[in-house]
Design a protein around this ligand. Structure first.
Ligand code: CS2
Length: 496
């Protein structure tokens, strides 16, 4: 076997003898989708659905090739890798029994990086073939204040775009520049499809884009309001950070050199509202569900799965666990998670047609326990400031109003304060903190010794929750307990 076979179009025939490769002709695929934010998740999810469609319906699906877009300097690496690999990458599905099933995905047909020159991206988005601009720009990428939901006009990049509409930097500048071009050229609008973990992600994308556009160009804003659809969606697949050992695995077991493969769990779900401005791929033929209202699904997933991850992640980080499966293998953590889900998250959910919540929660625990996936606690804790307001603080606030239980969520917030302040686990080992707000979080957290409520007084995250006596006193008690002895597991045991 020829070893170290570089993944690229010219080598696909040889690679196909080793692992499944695209069976459709990639040459001549039209770009119908422009996707901003080509991280692991997009490559394990929407790009895979598109690939499956191309595999099965090579005739009708050929209009739906994807052009990846990077608008940040941090996207340069994925741009360079995908360029070198002709857009090809390996998706490695990891099963709980240790099996790994790799396959080559071919639906990404081009990649453009906007940092040096935004014009090719604007041109691509405004191209008549482009029907959808989809987004995985992370919870933090929507540029709103987490507590109030208001658009952040203070962001210097936004300020820049308002006065230089032809030099966009954020997703909003790109979308308005491209939509303006389409309108001026008499082309139909594209759909903006958010695939991020935000409740009502389509509505949020719409509100934010309209708020921005109204300031930049009110006439264009009115056109967008009328012409652009923003379907809400619930997306789901656990996609850990790719590690060197994943690349080594491909090399050792299959002789393939892929500089950025993606690993993921077997589970895959996509529920989308059927609300598109300019046509859509028939994703329902490859497993996606189109529904009239996705809200109950989103809420369920965010408040159980994503919040559940944060519960395990923050408490697990302080305990010294490195992976989510290590957390859930610990009976105390597993029971604590279930109590949080049953007693605090579930009562805030709406009925979800066709889903038995107990089964759903059981399946989450199984997915978290997949020992082969090794999803790192540091990935889960990264950007907690953008995640927790939506995943967990919303649940807590609702329970305060309804006089429901808040103790399980409150301990997580106290753990987050300790984590932000000390940056070490209970054994004194350093923790890797990745958060756009890391400095502010640290500054507030370190005042805890003199003002136990300092951390929850950050209004951009907690609104006015620190003024709620019940929450404030429980939080103060818990945070002081952790500072006295960061053995969180002991505190959790006492609560079960
Ligand atoms: C995770 C998500 O970022 C997080 O904290 O909860 O990335 C999660 O793995 C995905 O949403 C699963 O669909």
């Amino acid at each position: 076997m020829e070893n170290n076979l570089q993944l690229k179009q010219g080598n696909l025939t040889k690679i196909a003898e080793r692992i499944p490769c695209p069976t459709y002709k990639r040459d001549g695929l039209k770009i119908g989708i422009v996707h901003i934010g080509v991280g692991g998740f997009h490559r394990a999810h929407q790009a895979l659905y598109t690939h499956k469609l191309l595999e099965k319906y090579n005739d009708t699906a050929r209009n739906w090739g994807i052009c990846g877009i990077g608008i940040r300097e941090a996207d340069r690496k994925i741009h360079d890798v995908l360029k070198k690999q002709d857009g090809l990458y390996t998706l490695m599905v990891k099963y709980p029994d240790g099996t790994v099933k790799p396959q080559i995905i071919g639906s990404l047909v081009d990649f453009l990086l906007g940092v040096d020159d935004p014009n090719p991206i604007i041109g691509r988005m405004a191209h008549p073939d482009t029907k959808i601009v989809s987004l995985t720009i992370t919870e933090g990428g929507y540029n709103f204040n987490p507590a109030t939901g208001e658009f952040n006009f203070e962001n210097p990049d936004i300020q820049h775009e308002l006065s230089h509409p032809d030099r966009p930097k954020t997703v909003y500048g790109y979308l308005t520049a491209a939509l303006k071009k389409r309108r001026d050229e008499g082309l139909p609008a594209f759909t903006v499809m958010s695939c991020d973990n935000i409740e009502h992600n389509g509505d949020v994308a719409r509100n934010m884009l309209l708020t921005f556009a109204k300031k930049q160009d009110p006439g264009l804003a009115a056109w967008i309001e009328k012409e652009v659809c923003f379907p809400n969606s619930m997306v789901d697949r656990i996609t850990p950070v790719t590690s060197q050992s994943d690349m080594d695995y491909l090399g050792t077991n299959h002789g393939i050199k892929d500089e950025w493969p993606v690993t993921c769990e077997p589970f895959l779900q996509w529920v989308v509202e059927d609300n598109f401005s300019n046509g859509r791929p028939e994703y329902e033929k490859v497993g996606a569900q189109f529904v009239p209202d996705v809200k109950p699904y989103e809420k369920m997933k965010l408040r159980l799965l994503n919040a559940g991850h944060s519960v395990l992640g923050l408490l697990g980080a302080i305990h010294g666990y490195k992976t989510i499966n290590a957390c859930i293998e610990d009976k105390t953590f597993a029971r604590y998670l279930r109590r949080f889900m049953d007693v605090e998250a579930t009562p805030t959910l709406d009925e979800v047609k066709g889903i038995d919540l107990d089964n759903y929660k059981d399946s989450l625990q199984e997915r978290f326990a997949n020992p082969n996936i090794k999803d790192s606690v540091s990935r889960i804790c990264s950007e907690t400031s953008a995640k927790l307001p939506k995943f967990l603080i919303a649940t807590l606030a609702e329970n305060l109003t309804k006089k429901g239980s808040i103790q399980f969520a409150t301990l997580v917030i106290a753990a987050w304060c300790y984590y932000s302040d000390k940056g070490i686990d209970k054994n004194g080992q350093p923790l890797e903190i990745i958060d756009a707000m890391a400095d502010e979080l640290h500054e507030s957290a370190k005042k805890t010794q003199t003002d136990p409520l300092a951390f929850i007084k950050q209004e951009s995250l907690f609104g006015h929750l620190s003024e709620n006596g019940q929450f404030a006193s429980l939080y103060a008690e818990m945070v002081q307990e952790i500072y006295k002895n960061p053995d969180v597991k002991k505190i959790m045991q006492a609560m079960l």
